[in-house]
Design a protein around this ligand. Structure first.
Ligand SMILES: Cc1cc2nc3c(=O)[nH]c(=O)nc-3n(C[C@H](O)[C@H](O)[C@H](O)COP(=O)(O)O)c2cc1C
Length: 182
């Protein structure tokens, strides 16, 4: 069974995107082994601390490398991607050895697919930005800009999202395309 590593672009405890990730995980049951990347402790990218490689950076890189594919599930922040996620992508886009741009960067050739839940845009601006960054850093983005969901109206009162049958079908189709690509 393939290993899919889910990366949630929100650190919020009750995150709607974490809930969406859990929904995706359920729909992958029996089809893939799912784990989550914990990158809350990643330092801010700063070239002064790139070498020697900080411990958290090394761990995150190795978890990404052991996965067959990444599924990024992210909110939209100001029509772009959250800074925590950009920080992670910046770290994995860098060479592993000082002064040696050929020392394989983690992001090269990694298969990735994208989803997110947000306001009226359905995270379309974030997913477009994410698509461009991922392609730029050498990843292979599968299923184009992926699936975007819009919050159900009562999500803000209940703190819980509900996934419509239509969105569920889109996510299942995305999962099928992604699994076939791995
Ligand atoms: C700094 C900031 C900027 C935001 N900008 C957008 C936006 O451009 N589009 C959008 O749909 N929601 C935006 N939101 C609202 C998020 O969709 C909302 O906070 C959501 O709960 C974040 O996802 P999460 O629950 O997974 O953390 C923004 C929220 C924050 C904190």
């Amino acid at each position: 069974m393939k290993n899919i590593l889910i990366i949630v672009g929100s650190m919020r405890k009750g995150s709607y995107n974490k809930q969406l990730a859990a929904h995706i995980e359920n729909s992958l049951e029996g089809k893939a082994k799912v784990s989550y990347l914990d990158y809350a402790d990643l330092p801010f990218m700063n070239q002064d601390i790139e070498f020697p490689t900080p411990e958290t950076v090394a761990r995150v890189r190795s978890e990404i490398e052991s996965a067959d594919g990444l599924w990024i599930v992210s909110p939209e922040h100001n029509h772009s991607i959250p800074s925590v996620l950009k920080n992670l992508l910046d770290w994995i886009s860098r060479p592993r050895e000082k002064g040696n741009p050929d020392a394989g960067k983690t992001s090269a050739d990694v298969k990735v697919t994208l989803s997110g839940i947000g306001g009226v845009s359905g995270t379309s601006f974030a997913r477009k930005a994410l698509y461009d960054i991922c392609e730029f850093i050498g990843m292979n983005v599968v299923a184009d800009q992926g699936t975007g969901l819009v919050y159900n109206r009562d999500a803000f009162n209940t703190g819980e999202i509900s996934v419509s049958a239509e969105d569920d079908a889109k996510l299942k189709e995305q999962a099928k395309i992604f699994l076939e690509s791995l």
